[in-house]
Design a protein around this ligand. Structure first.
Ligand SMILES: [Zn+2]
Length: 352
C-alpha cells in the first residue's frame, strides 16, 4: 500500500495511507455543511472546528487501533504496524489471535471509542460554547465508531468478538462458519433495509457481505494448513532449468509447460529463479544466467505449511522453492494452495 511512516510508538510503526488526505478534505467539508450535532454549520469558528474535528477523528481512530495493538502485544502477538486509511484504521498483526484471545483483542478498540465518547459527552455540558459544540459532535462520532465496529459481522470487531465467544462452545471451523453466516444474514437484512431508508447502509452491507466470505476462506485455509508441512504440499516433480539456456529456449519451454517461473539448477544445486517477466523483451540469445534472480527465498520441507503461506503474503512471492541443504526437492506455488483448498472443499462436501 502506498503509505508513509508518521511515527513509531511502543515498537509499532504508525503509517498513513495517501488516501487519508482526500478523506480529510471531504470530512472538513461534511462537518462544515452539516448542522449541530453532526457538524458546525452556522456556529462560531465553524471552519476551524471542522478542521480540528477531522484531524481529531483520525487521532481517535488511531487510539482505537492502539487499543487493539496493546492487548495483542500483552497476549504475545506481534503487531507489525498500524495503518490509517480511507475507511479508518487497521492494526496489522503477524498472526490472528484465536479463541478467547481474539475476543479480548477485538473488544478493546470499541471500548476505547466508548471511553473517548464518554469524555466528550461530559465536556459537551461545558459553559464554553465552542468547547460544548465541538464535544457534542465529537461525542456522537466516537459513539458511532464504537457501535458500528460492534456490528457482529466480519471483518468488523463485532464479528471477531462473536467468533471469540462461539469458540468456547464450538471447534474453530464451526465458530467461523456460524459467525460469518450471521454476518452475511445481517448484511442482507441491512442491505434491503438500506434500499428503503439510506443507501449508505446498502453500500456498507455489500462490504460486510464480501468481508464475511473472505474471513471464512482465510480461516478454512488456516485450519487446513495447520496440520501440514511444506513437504506435504509441495510439488516434487519440478521443472528446473540450467543457467546456460537462452531466453529463446526458456520462452519455448514456457509455452510448452505453461509455468510462469522456473528454478535454475546447476550440478544439482539451486542457484537462482527465473520468471517469464525477467526475460520479457530481452534478446533471445542471452543466457538466463545473467537475468535470473539470485536472492532466493527458500523453505525446508519440515516447516509448517501455514508459515509458507505467510511468507508468500509478506514477500509477495508466489513461488517458493523447497530445499534440503542446497538441493532442490520441490516447489510450492500460490496456485498449489488454492487447489488444495478446492480439493478439501470437494472432499468435505462429499463426506456429508
Ligand atoms: Zn477495531
Amino acid at each position: 500500500m502506498p503509505s508513509f511512516r508518521l511515527f513509531r510508538v511502543i515498537g509499532i510503526d504508525v503509517k498513513v495511507h495517501y488516501s487519508l488526505f482526500i478523506v480529510l478534505l471531504i470530512l472538513v467539508w461534511i462537518f462544515y455543511i452539516q448542522e449541530l450535532p453532526y457538524g458546525f454549520r452556522g456556529t462560531e469558528y465553524a471552519l476551524s472546528l471542522s478542521i480540528v474535528a477531522s484531524v481529531s477523528l483520525f487521532i481517535s481512530v488511531f487510539l482505537h487501533e492502539l487499543g487493539h495493538s496493546i492487548v495483542s502485544k500483552k497476549l504475545g502477538y506481534n503487531v507489525k504496524e498500524i495503518i490509517l486509511f480511507i475507511f479508518g484504521g487497521v492494526a496489522v498483526l503477524e498472526e490472528q489471535p484465536r479463541g478467547m484471545k481474539e475476543l479480548f483483542v477485538s473488544i478493546t478498540g470499541p471500548l476505547v471509542s466508548f471511553a473517548i465518547a464518554a469524555i466528550f459527552y461530559f465536556l459537551s455540558f461545558s459553559d464554553n460554547s465552542v468547547l460544548s459544540n465541538f464535544s457534542a459532535v465529537f461525542f456522537r462520532i466516537n459513539l458511532i465508531i464504537a457501535l458500528f465496529n460492534l456490528i457482529p459481522a466480519f471483518p468488523l470487531d463485532g464479528g471477531r468478538v462473536l467468533r471469540g465467544l462461539l469458540s468456547r462452545y464450538f471447534p474453530p471451523d464451526r465458530a467461523t462458519s456460524i459467525a460469518s453466516e450471521t454476518g452475511k444474514a445481517l448484511a442482507i437484512f441491512m442491505g434491503i433495509f438500506g434500499l428503503f431508508y439510506n443507501l449508505w447502509l446498502t453500500i456498507i452491507a455489500i462490504f460486510i457481505y464480501l468481508g464475511a466470505g473472505e474471513e471464512e476462506k482465510m480461516s478454512k485455509l488456516e485450519t487446513l494448513l495447520d496440520k501440514l508441512k511444506a513437504g506435504d504440499i509441495m510439488t516434487s516433480d519440478v521443472k528446473a532449468v540450467h543457467p546456460g539456456i537462452t531466453v529463446g529456449e526458456l520462452m519455448e519451454l514456457a509455452f510448452k509447460s505453461k509455468h510462469l517461473g522456473y528454478p535454475v539448477v546447476e550440478n544439482g544445486e539451486l542457484v537462482g529463479m527465473i520468471t517469464i517477466h525477467d526475460v520479457a523483451g530481452k534478446p533471445e540469445n542471452v543466457a538466463i544466467r545473467d537475468l535470473m534472480s539470485r536472492n532466493l527465498v527458500t523453505v525446508t520441507p519440515d516447516i509448517p505449511a501455514m508459515d509458507v503461506f505467510r511468507l508468500m503474503n509478506e514477500t509477495g512471492i508466489g513461488r517458493i522453492p523447497v530445499v534440503e541443504g542446497k538441493n532442490l526437492v520441490g516447489i510450492i506455488t500460490k496456485t498449489d494452495l488454492i487447489r488444495l483448498m478446492q480439493i478439501q472443499e470437494v472432499l468435505r462436501v462429499g463426506r456429508k
